[in-house]
Design a protein around this ligand. Sequence first.
Ligand code: TYM
Length: 335
Amino acid sequence: MRIVSGIQPTGNLHLGNYLGAIRNWVRMQDENAAAGGDTLFFLADMHAITVYNDPATLTANTREMAAALIAAGIDPAKAVLFNQARVPAHAELCWLLNGTARIGWLNRMTQFKEKSGKNRESASVGLFAYPVLQAADVLLYKATHVPVGEDQKQHLELARDVATKFNTDYGVELFTLPEPIIPPAAARIMSLRDGSAKMSKSDPSDMARINLTDDADLIAQKVRKAKTDPEPLPEDIGGLDGRPEARNLIGIYAALTDATPAAVLAEHAGKGFGQFKAILAERLIETLAPIRARFETLKQDPAEIDRLLAVGAARAAELAAPTLAGTYAALGLCR
Ligand code: TYM
C-alpha cells in the first residue's frame, strides 16, 4: 500500500480532524510500516495560502501542527512527515495537471461553493484550483489509499477523474487511482453548537469544537454546554432522526470507544443527556490528555520539528521524482 494524506496547518488540530482522519492515519501508518509500504503525511501549507493567512501565524501553525501530529501518534520513523512547501514537486505537478482538470469539474466542488460564499467573483484563483493541487498531492506518489474524513471524498473523486483523463489523453499508465478510506463512525464530526455544520477550524466560536490542546476543564465545559435536546437517549438509531446534535454526541462517543452508534445506544438508552455528557467528557479527557501533554513538550523545540520536516521532505522528493519526470515526458516537454 502507498498511503498519502494531508491536513491544512491553519489553527488547531480538533476532534473532527482527530476522529475523522488522524487516528486512522496512525493505525494505517503502523500497519503499512509492518507490511513494508510507504506512508506519507504532509501539512498542506500550499493549500492554506488559497485564502489570506498572516505569514508569521502560518509559520507558527505549520510547526505546531507538525508537533500535534507527532503527539497524536504520527511517527516520523514510520511515516514520511513533511510540509508541501518543502517539496516543490507538488506545485509543479499541480501546474502540469491544470491542463487536464476541467472547469466544469471544479465548479461542482461543494467546498469551493461553501468557502467562496455568495461572492464568487472575488474568491481567489487558488481557492478554485485547490482540488487540482490536492490531486497532485496524491497522484505524485501514486497513492493507493487516502485516509480522510467524508468532506474530502469529492476532492478525491476529482483526483481520480484527473488521473483517468490524463492517462487516457496521453496514452500512458502513469497515475494510480487513489481510494479514499473513510472511518464509518466518525466520517463527519459536527459542531457542538449546531448539528448541521461540521466541526471546523474556521468556526468563529471556539465552543463549537474541541481542540486537541484544550485542557480537561475546558473539554468538560464545552461538552456540558454542547447543544442537545431535552429527550433522553433513544433505544435505537431511528430515535435519532431529526436530532442532529444528539446524533453527533453519540457518534463521537462511538468513535472514541470503537463501538457502533447502535451499541452505544444499547448501553446508554434512557439516560438523560446531562448524565451522558459527563460520561462522554470523561472519555474525551482520557483520550486527549496524553496527546496534549506530548504536544506541550514537543512544541518547546521548533528547531527539532523543522529538522524532522526537512528530513521527511527530502524523502518525499525522492519518491515524487519518477512520477514528476514521467509527467513532463508524457506531455512532451523538453527539459
Ligand atoms: P483539513 O485540513 O480540513 O482536514 C484534515 C482532515 O480532517 C478531516 N476532517 C474531519 N473529519 C470528520 N469530521 C470533521 N468535522 C472534520 N473536519 C476535518 C478531513 O476530512 C481531513 O481528512 N484539503 C484537505 C487537506 C489536503 C489533503 C490532500 C487531504 C490537501 N491535500 C491530499 C488528503 C489528500 C483539507 O483541507 O483537510
